[in-house]
Design a protein around this ligand. Structure first.
Ligand SMILES: [Zn+2]
Length: 449
């Protein structure tokens, strides 16, 4: 696809978003109206346009709300292949045993179109930054590079130390050069999958790698009661205590799920300054449980939001999870305002930026930060009247209300049209590859007889 020249902006160009309702999410001001200036990819002013600012492009913001781009802090992007596949299982562990044999058949060529498709879905629903943990990360990096989105790409470790070192040896030389071309949009993290798939020496290797590279650590923890019980049986402590013992609970760690903290787990998390990534749709769909969000907040634990993979959600639409997080908090505590709509939106923006180590560049709308901004069209029946903008965004807004998406000042979507990804081609290519994956699976099943 050749993007329309009217929709492509060079980073050096000045863009004016005129007369928009701004929700900065920085608590200095909850909401105000005015203009947003974007120059060289950054927010250059807020409020009234200064006389020395000459816009090359003007976007009318009347009827729109500008908020920070959403941060999806936990996903497995290319699991879009397994969307609605083998849903009829009883729990996470049975489901994984259905998925893993197919994952063994994936190639880097399969990952690229699926990554493009997943990124298209995320941009359309207002996400400007995500954290991924999956196979062939170099292919996902390539899709991130092309698309203009930001990502923390996890180098996934799975299995014993020899296998984990092999993965790192193979993938790192492929990922590093792409990362170098992405001008900070791609950060590399280390991602030991979970304590039940990585033995202690692999976890220690991840810890040491993170120290050497000064990168972040992304893992799953305490997702199911079975995981907690198995860990207590094997190691005598909860999964979170075990991670602390191994040295993986650090301010640079972000932990997906944490549905079942026990004992002093929340104190440990707060003390360590590790971040939790709440994945409400996945936790509901796999019947894993409801994470105690209000207790985490009360314990001063940093909280971000994620979709998890499209296979256990079954979408990458963070607006779904924003709404569900609020609903689950209400129903599980018996208190509809145990977590306020504003707090949920903080988790989806600043909470994610903090978890991914990007708080100095995104997560809020502030002068000097990257222009990672989404415009939401509120001129819709389901958003009229607004009454309370934060409630409206959490309970009434849909991802289809996202009209325009900027990342580092570049327009990735305008008037609902993607500018950097050909969605039709990504869909067709993903479907073609999925058919090939299934035929590979049939062949290997036949040969296995
Ligand atoms: Zn996950």
């Amino acid at each position: 696809m050749t993007p329309s020249p009217t929709l492509c902006y060079h980073l050096a160009m000045n863009t004016l978003v005129r007369d928009v309702t701004i929700i900065p999410m920085n608590e200095s001001e909850l909401i105000f109206s005015g203009d947003i200036g974007i120059a060289a990819g950054k927010i250059s002013f807020l409020g009234r346009m200064p006389q020395d600012f000459t816009p090359d492009t003007i976007i009318e913001g009347s009827g729109m709300v500008a908020m920070p781009g959403l941060v999806n802090a936990h996903t497995h992007l290319s699991m879009v292949y397994f969307r609605n596949y083998k849903d009829s299982v009883e729990n996470l562990h049975d489901w994984l045993s259905e998925i893993w044999p197919l994952e063994d058949l994936l190639t880097a060529e399969d990952i690229l179109p699926a990554s493009r498709l997943g990124i298209a879905e995320m941009i359309r629903s207002g996400t400007t930054c995500f954290a991924d943990m999956y196979l062939f990360p170099e292919a996902t990096c390539q899709a991130v590079l092309e698309s203009g989105i930001k990502a923390n790409i996890g180098l996934t470790l799975f299995g014993g130390l020899v296998e984990s070192k092999r993965r790192m040896r193979c993938r790192l030389p492929l990922v590093d050069p792409i990362m170098a071309r992405a001008q900070g949009r791609i950060l590399l993290d280390v991602a030991p999958h979970a304590i039940y798939t990585c033995p202690q020496d692999t976890l220690e290797y991840a810890r040491d790698f993170a120290k050497e590279r000064a990168c972040r650590i992304h893992t799953h923890v305490s997702e199911t009661l079975k995981e907690v019980q198995d860990c207590i049986s094997e190691h005598g402590v909860s999964p979170i205590s075990y991670l602390q013992r191994v040295g993986l609970l650090t301010p640079e760690t972000y932990l997906a799920h944490c549905v079942h903290p026990v004992g002093d787990d929340l104190k440990l998390l707060a003390h360590s300054k590790a971040h939790i990534v709440h994945n409400p749709s996945s936790n509901c769909k796999l019947a894993s449980g409801i994470a105690p969000l209000a207790s985490m907040r009360d314990s001063q634990v940093g909280i971000a939001l994620g979709t998890d993979g499209a296979s256990s959600n079954n979408s990458l639409d963070l607006f779904h999870d924003i709404r569900l997080a609020s609903m689950l908090s209400a129903v599980s505590t018996g208190n509809p305002i145990a977590i306020t709509p504003y707090e949920i939106l903080k988790m989806a923006t600043t909470g994610g930026a903090l978890a991914l180590g990007r708080q100095s560049e995104c997560g809020t709308i502030e002068i000097g930060k990257d222009a990672d901004i989404i415009l939401i069209d509120t001129r819709k029946p389901h958003l009229t009247p607004i009454n309370n903008i934060f409630s409206a965004l959490v309970y009434s807004a849909k991802s289809t209300d996202v009209d325009t998406v900027f990342c580092k000042g570049k327009v990735l979507m305008q008037n609902g049209q993607l500018t950097t990804i050909d969605t039709h081609e990504a869909s067709e290519s993903t479907s073609r590859h999925w058919a090939e994956i299934l035929s590979r699976a049939n062949r290997s099943a036949y040969q296995g007889r």
